[in-house]
Structures are given as structure tokens and as C-alpha cells.
Design a protein around this ligand. Structure first.
Ligand code: ADP
Length: 543
């Protein structure tokens, strides 16, 4: 579905008048070339493969709440520096994106309406290095998982894998900066990064780790270098524009084998999570675990909700289970997708342990992959867990016409009682706001994220309001019990930053101090992750 909104009035950044703005943009065009600076005069939500860089294509409030005034396309680190210097001279807010997909978390949109979006993806999309001996790469912001995967194939490096997230159209660098995950043993993208180049908010460029030592040959090998490690300051932050980033690439393990287990009862969740914990920490479960609720599996069929249920309120569980009976693996409450790596004798040792442990749950079933057709979702997970990018995942967004989605993403220990507590919070709030929920537990190593996707109709303001209120409610309920989110949509960043408030908000104060020091004019992505520069702070921007 597409919505197009033609607008003649450009959203100006607050505090800048029309004349100054036009002068500033004319100057930017002079510096960068006319064709690399575009006014935002049209909003088109597009779809995944044609994602907008002007606003949030999955907007959970009005389409032009979080909207850019202008999009600028730098072609090099030097051009990024020029733009940053320009922004300082006019005090115009700028907001960097790589590809700008970031679906469910705000897409390409700036937090501050009227900011200038720096779209690094269009022109800065070179793979600067793939080192087949060290198994590393160095990429610019515009390199997608698809592009990196294809280049590795083209160069014949069969021994190298890329770790890919659920959908492969995003930026390798952007996903890592926002601390996204993938599904090989290299699934923690931030952990696997090594070395960055960053343009600071005042225009200086730094290289982190070994990159600070001229003539080094270990920038992508040792992330720490010497002294304090600065890298964390540039993740989920507004302290700089990252222009290069290195990563470790996983060696091809030689062979791999996906498995799927189903569990019958909703209450099995608690026992199952307690079984998963020691297996995951010991890496018997080798990749980031995907434990999905059956509702999400039904959603993946790609049919609208009205196909299953015409009533109001949440779709009753009985309708979901009835639909699930028609799926290849039959009805159940939870599905565990995993993969074992390496040659048969190595895999089998682990698979046997997993089987023995999972089968302790009454009614547990191992689904035989040979019974599943080639278009079964199982093979999507199989591709993703073996480093092949895919785009099937978002099929559940069709649940509502003109569907959008937003995620509640709390972190907890891998414990049955925590899983149950979060599951209860999500269900109660979704019940209260008449929203269906699509939950997946994603087990990192010692922690898990519960990802609850809420799908809504982008054209239905009541449903959007409900989705926002529901998210806010879940965030509050979770915080009261000691759970915080790992990532969030622009609309909830202040609320969530506010929940990380130990010792009278000491962490946020520390971030603000660094922000004011690095970005005295407050031009870089104001408000990202709840961090506001001094001249915005306490002036009604927080929401
Ligand atoms: P993807 O398309 O992979 O989902 P995005 O390009 O949308 O990722 O990036 C996700 C978020 O990370 C952005 O909203 C932005 O806050 C931040 N980000 C992305 N690229 C950069 C960058 N090069 N420098 C600084 N921050 C960035």
C-alpha cells in the first residue's frame, strides 16, 4: 500500500526563518552541488525496498510529525565535514542516516521536525576492504547486507559469511550503530564491529582503536587501541556521524542445519526459557535464539486480520489457534527456530543435547524439515541463520490495511519468571488498547529481548493513538518491574531515557555533559536517545 502526500510547504527547523533558511540551503548547494541537496516537498511512505528518507514510512503518529526539511547526500567524509560546519554556522539541526530503514524505530525520520537529513547511503556506499585472511571488512554507511553478501560471493570468498538481521536491506554500519542483531553466532552486531571513523559535531574527524595510529595494519583486528574506548559514544547517540566502520566476518563453518521445535501450551514459556538459558550460555544453542509466538507465525502468512476475524477488539486466541491448525507444523503456542553449525559429527553432539532438553516439555515436537515445502517460513530462518539476506519477514505488516508497525523491546534475564512477567505486561496493555500483538523472544547470550511488534493501520488515527498509548503503558509497567528497552522509536526516546534514571538521572546528565562539550551549538540529531543539547533542554521538546 502506498500513501502519497504532496506538500508545498517545507517544514522549517524551529527558530530559523524562511529567508535565512533559503540562504543557508543555497549556500549548501554551492558547497555540495545542486543535485545533492533536495527540499522535502512530497511524502511517500513507499515500502520496504523503496523506503523514504524524508520521514518515518511506518509513522505511528501524523505522517509529517517527524519530517525533514531537506535531504542532503554527501559523497565523502570531507563533504560530511563541510555539512557539519555549515550546520554550525546556521545552527540548523542535522540528522544522519545510513539507509534509513530502521523500521519500527522511526525509519529515516529526524527526532526534530524540519531537521536536515544527511543521507549517507546514496553516495557513500563503498565496500572499502574485504580481507579474506583476517576475515574482516571495512564499509561505508550505504553498504547493505545484500551488497556485502553479493560482493563476497562475487569475489569468490566462499569461506566468509556475513551475519544478517531479519531483513537484509538495511545498512551494515547503521544496524550495528543502533545495536541490531542477526542470527549466526556473530549475531551481536555491535560486539562484532572493530574500528570506526567519525565526524564530530564540530567537524573534526577521528578514527577509533588502532585507526588512530598512522600506518597501522590492525584497525579491523583490535577494537580497543590505547586509552579510553570512545566507540560507545557513537552508538545509539547523537555525538557524531560515522563514516567508516570495520567488522569481523564469520568463517564459513562448512555445514549447517536448521531445526524447529514447537511447544503446545502458552504456559510452557516459563519452563522452556529456563531450559534455554544454560544451553545458550554454553553455546550448545549456537545462534541468537528465535522463540516465536504462534500469532506471529499466523501473521507471517501475510493475510489480513479480517481473513481470520471480523469482530472488534483483539482477535481471540481460539481464532489464532484455529488458523494455526492449517500451518505445516500444525497448531502450537511457541516455536523455536535455531541452527547447528559445522560438520555432522560436531552438530549431532549439540543437536542431541538440545533434543533431550526440549523434549522434557510435554507435547514438544521436533518438526522434520523434509516435510516442509520450499516456501515454508522455516527456510527463511534457515537462510538468515546461515548469513543469506532475505526480505520475507515483514509479511505480518499486512495484518491491517496500510499497515505500519512499532516495537516494544524490553531486555531481561533468560529466566522463566521474567519471560512470563513481560508476556503478561504486553498482553494486558494490548487487551486494554484493543491491539493484536506479535511477540518474539530473542535470546542473545545471557539476556533476552522480548520484541513485541504492534501492527496498526497508518490511516487510522485512533488505532495509532492506541498503539502509542499501549507502548507508553508497556514501557512504564516494565520499568516499574526493573525492565528497560534496548532500542525504541523516536516518539518514546525521552520516556525510555527517563527510565534509566538511577542516582537521580546520573547517566543522562553525564550524556548531556558530553553532548554539550562535543556539540556546543546543538546541531547533531537533537533529542536522539533522549539526549538534548543545552539550547533545547527543558524547552518543551521532550515528549
Ligand atoms: P537501517 O537502514 O540499517 O535500518 P539506519 O540507516 O536507519 O539503519 O540507521 C539506524 C539509526 O542509526 C539512524 O536512525 C541513526 O540514528 C543512526 N545512524 C545511522 N547511520 C549513522 C551514521 N552514519 N552516523 C551516525 N548515526 C547513524
Amino acid at each position: 500500500t502506498k500513501s502519497e502526500n504532496n506538500r508545498t510547504k517545507v517544514a522549517l527547523p524551529q527558530g530559523i526563518n524562511q529567508i535565512t533558511f533559503r540562504t543557508a540551503i543555497a549556500e549548501l548547494r554551492d558547497r555540495l552541488g545542486e543535485e545533492h541537496v533536495e527540499f522535502v516537498t512530497k511524502l511517500d511512505d513507499g515500502w520496504y525496498m523503496e523506503n523514504p528518507n524524508t520521514h518515518d514510512g511506518m509513522h505511528v503518529s501524523d505522517e509529517d510529525d517527524f519530517v525533514a526539511s531537506v535531504v542532503v547526500y554527501p559523497g565523502s567524509t570531507e563533504e560530511v565535514q563541510k555539512i557539519v560546519q555549515w550546520a554550525n554556522s546556521y545552527r540548523i539541526p542535522i540528522s544522519p542516516i545510513s539507509i534509513g530503514r530502521n523500521y519500527g524505530y522511526g525509519g529515516a525520520a529526524p527526532r526534530v521536525r524540519g531537521a536536515v537529513v544527511l543521507d549517507l547511503g546514496r553516495r557513500m556506499n563503498r565496500i572499502l576492504d574485504i580481507n579474506p585472511d583476517d576475515c574482516t571488512c571495512l564499509v561505508e554507511p550505504g553498504v547493505t547486507y545484500f551488497a556485502l553478501y553479493e560482493e563476497i560471493q562475487a569475489r569468490g570468498f566462499q569461506h566468509l559469511w556475513v551475519d544478517v538481521p531479519d531483513i537484509g536491506g538495511g545498512s551494515v554500519l547503521g544496524n550495528a550503530l543502533d545495536r541490531g542483531v542477526g542470527y549466526t553466532p556473530y549475531g551481536d552486531h555491535w560486539m562484532m564491529h572493530c574500528g570506526m571513523e567519525v565526524v564530530l559535531p564540530t567537524g573534526e574527524v577521528i578514527r577509533t582503536g588502532m585507526g588512530a595510529l598512522p600506518g597501522n595494519n590492525s584497525w579491523q583486528l583490535f577494537p580497543y587501541g590505547f586509552g579510553p574506548t570512545a566507540d560507545g559514544l557513537f552508538s545509539q547517540s547523537n555525538m557524531g556521524v560515522v563514516t567508516k566502520m570495520g567488522f569481523g566476518l564469520m568463517p564459513n563453518p562448512g555445514d549447517h542445519e536448521s531445526y524447529l521445535y514447537t511447544f503446545q501450551k502458552e504456559e510452557d514459556l516459563s519452563q522452556l526459557i529456563d531450559i534455554i538459558r544454560p544451553l545458550r550460555i554454553a553455546m550448545i544453542l549456537e545462534n541468537v535464539a528465535q522463540l516465536r509466538h504462534i500469532s506471529m507465525q499466523v501473521g507471517l502468512e501475510g493475510k489480513p486480520r479480517s481473513f481470520y476475524y471480523k469482530g472488534k477488539g483483539r482477535v481471540p486466541d481460539s481464532f489464532i489457534h484455529e488458523a494455526a491448525q492449517k500451518l505445516a507444523h500444525g497448531d502450537c503456542s511457541w516455536l523455536y527456530y535455531g541452527m547447528a553449525y559445522g560438520p555432522k559429527e560436531i552438530r549431532q553432539y549439540k543437536l542431541d543435547i538440545i533434543h533431550k532438553e526440549f523434549m522434557k516439555i510435554p507435547g514438544a515436537r521436533r518438526i522434520d524439515p523434509s516435510t516442509l515445502s520450499a516456501d515454508n517460513y522455516f527456510w527463511v530462518r534457515d537462510r538468515i541463520a546461515s548469513g543469506v539476506p532475505d526480505i520475507e519477514e515483514l509479511r505480518w505488516v499486512n495484518w491491517h490495511p496500510n499497515g505500519g508497525h512499532v516495537a516494544f523491546s524490553p531486555v531481561s534475564p533468560v529466566r522463566g519468571n521474567d519471560a512470563t512477567a513481560l508476556w503478561d505486561i504486553a498482553q494486558k496493555r494490548c487487551e486494554e488498547y484493543n491491539l493484536d500483538l506479535f511477540p518474539t523472544f530473542v535470546v542473545g547470550l545471557r539476556e533476552m529481548h522480548l520484541i513485541v511488534e504492534i501492527v496498526f493501520n497508518r490511516d487510522d488515527p485512533v488505532m495509532r493513538d492506541n498503539a502509542r498509548a499501549c507502548l507508553r503503558g508497556m514501557v512504564d509497567d516494565a520499568a516499574k518491574r526493573g525492565y528497560g528497552e534496548y532500542r525504541t522509536h523516536l516518539a518514546f526516546m525521552d520516556q525510555i531515557a527517563g527510565t534509566y534514571n538511577w542516582n537521580d538521572g546520573a547517566l543522562l546528565k553525564f550524556n548531556e555533559k558530553i553532548k554539550d562539550c562535543l556539540d556546543p551549538n546543538g546541531i547533531m540529531a537533537p533529542g536522539k536517545s533522549g539526549i538534548w543539547p543545552a539550547r533545547y533542554r527543558g524547552r518543551g521538546w521532550e515528549m
